[in-house]
Design a protein around this ligand. Structure first.
Ligand code: SAH
Length: 258
C-alpha cells in the first residue's frame, strides 16, 4: 500500500494526525527533499528505508514503490503542503493504477493556507472577494494560454501565485496589466510556518522591489488583492438580523440573549 501524504507547509506540527501515523508505521519513506521538513519523519521506524526523491525520476520513484509492494511493505510518499497542488502526484497515481498497487491520499495543509494564517488574513472577505485563484506564472513549465496571469487578474479576486517569486517584477507588471490597480495590496510570504518565515507587505507598485531587497528568490507565495486591506463588510453568518439553519434572527439585536 502506498500513502501519498501532505506534509504541510513546514512546521512539523502542521501535519494531520493520520499523515503522521502513516509515516510512523511506514517501512519505506519517499520525501520531496527540496521542501519537506525532515522533522515530519523524525518519528519514522528506525528500520524504515528513507529516500529523497529530489534527484529521482518518476520511474525510479515508482520502482521503489513497486519493490515495496512485492515485499508487502507500506510506503509513505511525502509531499509538501497538500499533494493536490503542484505535487506531480497524479502521474504517480496513474502508474500505481497501471501496476495494480493500492494507494490512498492523505491531505495536508497547503502553503497558501499557512500563508493566510501567518498574515492573519481571510481570502474570502464579504463585499471584497468571494473567490481565491491559485495559480503560477509560466516558466520552464507552461501554463495554458487561457490561464494567463493577465486574464486571471481581470477578475480582481484574491489571488495566490505559487512558484513565481523569482520573477516578481514581471509578475507585478502583468497583474497590473490585467486589471489590478497599482495600489492593490500585495504580500510575499517566504517559508510560511518555518522558523525562517518572512512576510513582505506592500502594493503591486512597490512589493517587487522590497522582495528583491529582502533577497527572496524561492519558496515563497505572492498574495494579491483587496483582501489584504482593511475594508470589508461584516458577515451575514454572525449577523444578528440574519437567520440561517442553525440560528434565528434576533429582532431585538440580541440584547436579551442569555
Ligand atoms: N503542494 C505544495 C506546493 C508545491 S509547489 C503546497 O500545497 O503548498 C512549491 C511552491 O509552493 C513553492 O515554490 C512556493 O511557491 C510554494 N510553497 C511551498 N511551501 C511554502 C511555504 N512554506 N511558504 C511559502 N511558499 C511555499
Amino acid at each position: 500500500m502506498v500513502y501519498f501524504i501532505g506534509a504541510g507547509p513546514g512546521d512539523p506540527e502542521l501535519i494531520t494526525v493520520k499523515g503522521k501515523r502513516r509515516i510512523e508505521e511506514a517501512d519505506i519513506i519517499i520525501y520531496a527533499g527540496s521542501l519537506v521538513n525532515p522533522q515530519v519523519f523524525a518519528g519514522a521506524r528506525p528500520e524504515a528505508r528513507i529516500y529523497n526523491s529530489a534527484s529521482m525520476t518518476l520511474s525510479q520513484v515508482v520502482s521503489i514503490m513497486e519493490q515495496g509492494e512485492k515485499e508487502g511493505k507500506s510506503t509513505a510518499r511525502i509531499h509538501t503542503g497538500d499533494p493536490s497542488l503542484y505535487g506531480a502526484v497524479r502521474e504517480q497515481m496513474a502508474e500505481l493504477e497501471r501496476l495494480g498497487i493500492g494507494y490512498e491520499v492523505i491531505p495536508g495543509v497547503s502553503s497558501f493556507l499557512a500563508a493566510a494564517a501567518s498574515m492573519k488574513r481571510e481570502y474570502t472577505l464579504p463585499g471584497v472577494s468571494q473567490t481565491v485563484i491559485l495559480t503560477r506564472m509560466e516558466g520552464r513549465t507552461p501554463v495554458p494560454e487561457k490561464e494567463r496571469i493577465e486574464k486571471l487578474a481581470g477578475h480582481g479576486a484574491s489571488m495566490v501565485i505559487f512558484l513565481s517569486v523569482g520573477r516578481i517584477e514581471e509578475l507585478c507588471t502583468r497583474l497590473q496589466k490585467g486589471g489590478y490597480r497599482p495600489d492593490t495590496p500585495a504580500a510575499v510570504v517566504y517559508k510560511a510556518s518555518w522558523t525562517e518565515e518572512k512576510i513582505v507587505r506592500g502594493t503591486l507598485a512597490d512589493v517587487a522591489e522590497k522582495v528583491i531587497k529582502a533577497g527572496i528568490e524561492k519558496t515563497a507565495l505572492v498574495a494579491v488583492g483587496e483582501f489584504l486591506g482593511d475594508s470589508f463588510e461584516l458577515s451575514r453568518l454572525y449577523d444578528e438580523g440574519f437567520s440561517h439553519g442553525y440560528r434565528q434572527a434576533m429582532p431585538d439585536g440580541g440584547a436579551e440573549l442569555i
